[in-house]
Structures are given as structure tokens and as C-alpha cells.
Design a protein around this ligand. Sequence first.
Ligand code: SAH
Ligand code: SF4
Length: 363
Amino acid sequence: MTAPTDFLRLFSIKKGDIIQKKDICSFYDDEIRALIAEWGEPSFRADQIIKWVRSGVGSFEDMNNLPKELRQKLGEECYIAGVSAAKKLVSEIDGTVKYLYRLFDGEYIESVLMKYEHGYTVCVSTQAGCRMGCKFCASGLFGLSRNLTASEILAQIQFASKDNKIRVSNVVMMGMGEPLDNFENSIRFLKLVGDKNGLGIGYRHISLSTSGVVPKIKMLSQYNFPITLSVSLHAPNDEIRDRIMPVNKKWNIEKLLEACKEYQKATTRRISFEYALMDGLNDTPECAKQLAVKLKGIMSHVNLIPANPVKENFFKKPDSVKINKFKAVLEENGINATVRRTLGADINASCGQLRKKEGDYIC
Ligand code: SAH
Ligand code: SF4
């Protein structure tokens, strides 16, 4: 068992003090058991605590089947990070709910609850901010503040589920932040999200989206989670990708697609490629042709996303004629593609519009 030191660090780094409490909701069952045994408590207490922790309990006080002393000890040694809703917006068009959550240390993140025919999906943030610097995206405008812990990612789903009295069946790791730049916590989240005492969300109902952190794609493939890997490609060649995604200078399209092939070989899963169509930049039939050639030999699906406007940049979405032409060229060349439906358009809930600083929220 590895010591969950990452959670201890959270307090000491942020606050510069020596408070080191354990983020117990990010612990695996065996880590909770070990901790409770260390305190000399019987194992059934650990079972009770595990149940509470997985249920998304808000405080140790609420653990009403534990003796007062144990609740006190938990409060002294551990913390429940959780999220609290600073703002909530409900779309009048389709009922999509966007939450602005405040974290325990005053950071802000966003999360979106969407209703589809097959159930409810939550789009979770994995970092406060992002350091990848994609030119078309609002999440990275102010850089990275910090990584979220696994419990803070889980809490976004638990909150939306309780607030709306619904069961969340799908999760997309497509909110603010780059999940593979927060690798350890994202893995921990993936291992906890399916817990039968908790959210019970199966891997086949989870998508992880990455801008292309190549070594981490390779590491992820070793876990062999049957999740869907979404790769934000957005360009058919390095010339265009270099201009909009700094990550491409480190790992170019060739390296990225090679990692995708490796991932596919290891997991046998189809890869989903995200392609935000930006007017006059990457939306020509020639671009579609180049993209099709690049994706040959990969079992893939392309999600075309008409670029969402962000006030700090000048990217615009193409008109529907260009979008449909792009899709048609891909299909003529044997590549599956769909144009993504926009949900929550009236509340700026779409991709790339999530922002870090409260003052900057459009909502
Ligand atoms: N950091 C990860 C996941 C979060 S971003 C990633 O980049 O994949 C989720 C998706 O929204 C990505 O595909 C991203 O490229 C896309 N996106 C960001 N800004 C956008 C915008 N303005 N319009 C359309 N899609 C955007
Ligand atoms: Fe970060 Fe993804 Fe936005 Fe790029 S698109 S800045 S990786 S959140």
C-alpha cells in the first residue's frame, strides 16, 4: 500500500503552515482500514466509515452511528474537502445545470450536469485552472492554481446527484483542467468512482479527455481501464496544431497518434478524437482529407465541435455548410464522425467556456 502523501501535502503547500490532515474521502478502502486499525478501533468501525465516506457525507458530525470520540478524532486527523455551490445556473433550453463550486481553500471550479436519453452525465473538472495554454480555451486563461484531489472530483458528482435527486450514470472528465497533468489523482478518482457503496459508475460510462500528454497516455494504457479515451486533436497537421496548442511542440501529432495506437493495442478500445472547428483555421475540406489520412489504421470516432466563442480570442465557429462538408469528407474517407450537440448554450456550459476566477464568470 502506498502512503497517500499527496493529500497531506495539500494543506502544507497551500497555506504554508504545518496543518497536515488526511483527505480521507480520497483514501482507498484498505487505506481507511489501515488508518482505523492504527487508532486501535475495531474493523467494523472502518466499515462504517467507508460507507459514510463513499456516500458523499458532508461532515464527520453526520456520521451518527460512530461514537462521539471517534468523530472527534476523525475531525482532528482528517478533513472532508467537498465542494460548495457558489453559483448554480439552469438552462431554460434543455435543463442543463452549471455549477460554480468553491473549494475549501477558496479556489473555484466548474462542473456541468447534462441530461441525455440514456441518463445523466456530469462533466467534471480535474484541476483549478490549466497550464496547457490552448489558445481557444477559457479554462487556461489564468494558468494552473492547483490539482484537485480524487475526493474533490468525486464531490462534483455527489453534489449534482444529491442536489437534483438523481442517479448519475455517466461521467466525462472534460471540465476545467488536463486530467493527465493530474495523473495520480485522476487514477485514484477512476478507482473510486465505481465503488458499490458510492457512485457505482462503471468504466464503460466514463470518458477521459486529454490534450495529448503522450507519456501519460502510455501510462494510462497500462491500467487497462475500459474507459473511453478522448483525444483533443483539433488540427490535421503540426503547422496548425502548433499555433493553437502549445502541447504539440512537445509531443507532435505523429508522437500523439503513435501513443493512441499503443493505447488501442493495449486496451482494444475505440479512441474518440475531439476536433473543434474554427472558422478559417482548421475547417477546410483539405483539412478533413488530411485528418482522415492521419487517422487511418486507428479504430476511431471523430467528434466535431463547432468552436465555442471565448471573449479573449477571435476563434469563430464555421457555418453549418462548412461543418457538414467537413463531416462528409471524413465519412467519404472512411472515418466516423458526429457533430456534437450543444447543451446549456444559454448558460455558457459548453466546452472551453469554464473559467477559474469567480469575478470572470459570465454567469
Ligand atoms: N484538458 C482536456 C479536457 C478538458 S477540455 C482536453 O483538453 O482534452 C474539454 C474539451 O473542450 C477539449 O476537447 C477541448 O479541446 C475543448 N475545448 C476547449 N475550448 C473550446 C472551445 N472554445 N470550443 C470548443 N471546444 C473547446
Ligand atoms: Fe487545458 Fe484542455 Fe483547455 Fe487545453 S483545452 S487549456 S488542455 S482545459
